[in-house]
Design a protein around this ligand. Structure first.
Ligand code: ITT
Length: 191
């Protein structure tokens, strides 16, 4: 089986591949424009983008929207993670947290929402959450985005110090795509 994945981010493709491989599913990246509305809900952003991608592609397609939510900053940057990354960047985020010197005060979570559009009206949503902490400094050079400052719960490494397979065991994306894999597997067995 193969699924089309509309994204501009090849790191996301590699991470989805590492998970869906175990379900015998091949990920095919597609270059349809991902339309991102401004909204407080990742679900709404992902569902809207999936619907538009389906209309453009004319075939079932997956999109994914994700964000980093930092507790001491009341969930900032959340759905605005992409903009914040491009503007203040990792150093800016670390600066916002410089008065929070205990790791417990640096609690954060990554959330990923995978939306599979089967038609323009039938959209399935799969959600994955990775709990963790914002590191005190930038560490590691693998991965992308906020990976060098995010330490998932249960590890001492940042995501940027892990290879794709290890990150997938902890990550929001790993969890959301595993949910998708299990769902597709169940659907196939029903046929
Ligand atoms: P799309 O084309 O799929 O939209 P994107 O990179 O723009 O790719 P998002 O809008 O979903 O992705 O992501 C929002 C931001 O959150 C993104 O710019 C990253 O900096 C960050 N992010 C998301 N997942 C991440 C991860 O696993 N590790 C580090 N940063 C991540």
């Amino acid at each position: 089986m193969e699924i089309f994945f509309a994204t501009n981010n090849m790191n996301k493709v590699r991470e989805a591949e590492a998970v869906l491989r175990d379900f015998g599913i091949k990920v095919v990246p597609v270059n349809v424009k991902k339309i991102e509305i401004q909204h407080d809900s990742l679900e709404e952003i992902a569902k809207y983008a999936a619907r538009i991608a389906y209309t453009e592609l004319g075939k079932p397609v997956v999109v994914e929207d994700s964000g980093l939510f930092i507790d001491s900053l009341n969930g900032f940057p959340g759905p605005y993670s992409s903009y914040v990354y491009k503007t203040i960047g990792l150093r800016g985020v670390l600066k916002l947290l410089e008065d929070y010197r205990e790791i417990e005060l640096r609690r954060a979570r990554f959330v990923a929402v995978v939306a599979l559009a089967l038609s323009e009206s039938d959209i399935k949503v799969f959600r994955g959450v990775a709990e963790g902490f914002i590191a005190f400094e930038i560490r590691g050079c693998k991965g992308f985005g906020y990976d060098p400052i995010f330490i998932p719960m249960g590890s001492t490494k940042t995501f940027a110090e892990m290879d794709v397979e290890e990150k997938g065991l902890y990550s929001h994306r790993g969890k959301a795509f595993r949910e998708l894999g299990e769902w597709l597997h169940r659907m196939q067995q029903r046929r």
